[in-house]
Design a protein around this ligand. Structure first.
Ligand SMILES: [Zn+2]
Length: 128
C-alpha cells in the first residue's frame, strides 16, 4: 500500500496544481479530495509518547477518530470492508491523508505520555 515514487514526488511539491489534483483524483477518486481536505483542516495528527518515544497517527474523520498504521492499517469501516474484504481499493481516505500529511509535512504534532497512549488505544479499538 505504499504510494509509487512518482506519486510521492508529485505530492512533495510546494503547491499542488489543478493538474496534480486531477492526476490523483483519477487514481483515488473522491478519496483524494477528502484526504486533502482532512490534511488542510489539520485533521492528521501525529502523537509522540514519552518516555517510550513511540508514535501513533490519527486521522479525525467526520464523526470519529481513526487510528492509522501508516501504509498498513486503518480502524475505519471502509478499510475493513472495501480494502480487506472486497479488495475494491488499496486504501481508505484516512490512509491516504496520513501519507499526504507526512509527505507534505502538514500535520499536528502532539506530545503525550505512554499512559495516555494506552488509554487511547483502548478507545480507538472499539469499532462500533
Ligand atoms: Zn480509514
Amino acid at each position: 500500500m505504499a504510494l509509487p515514487p512518482n506519486e510521492v514526488k508529485r505530492l512533495s511539491k510546494e503547491e499542488l496544481t489543478q493538474s496534480d489534483i486531477e492526476f490523483f483524483r483519477d487514481r483515488y477518486d473522491k478519496r483524494f479530495i477528502r484526504a486533502l481536505r482532512a490534511v488542510e483542516e489539520g485533521r492528521a495528527i501525529k502523537f509522540s509518547f514519552q518516555p517510550s518515544g513511540t508514535t501513533k497517527w490519527v486521522v479525525r474523520g467526520q464523526r470519529r477518530e481513526y487510528l492509522i498504521v501508516p501504509q498498513v492499517f486503518c480502524t475505519c469501516r471502509s478499510f475493513y470492508h472495501s480494502v480487506v474484504i472486497d479488495r475494491e481499493i488499496s486504501m481508505c481516505y484516512h490512509l491516504l491523508a496520513q501519507r499526504i500529511a507526512e509527505i507534505r509535512n502538514q500535520y499536528q504534532s502532539i506530545e503525550s505520555t505512554d499512559a495516555e497512549r494506552r488509554k487511547m488505544s483502548a478507545e480507538l479499538r472499539r469499532t462500533d
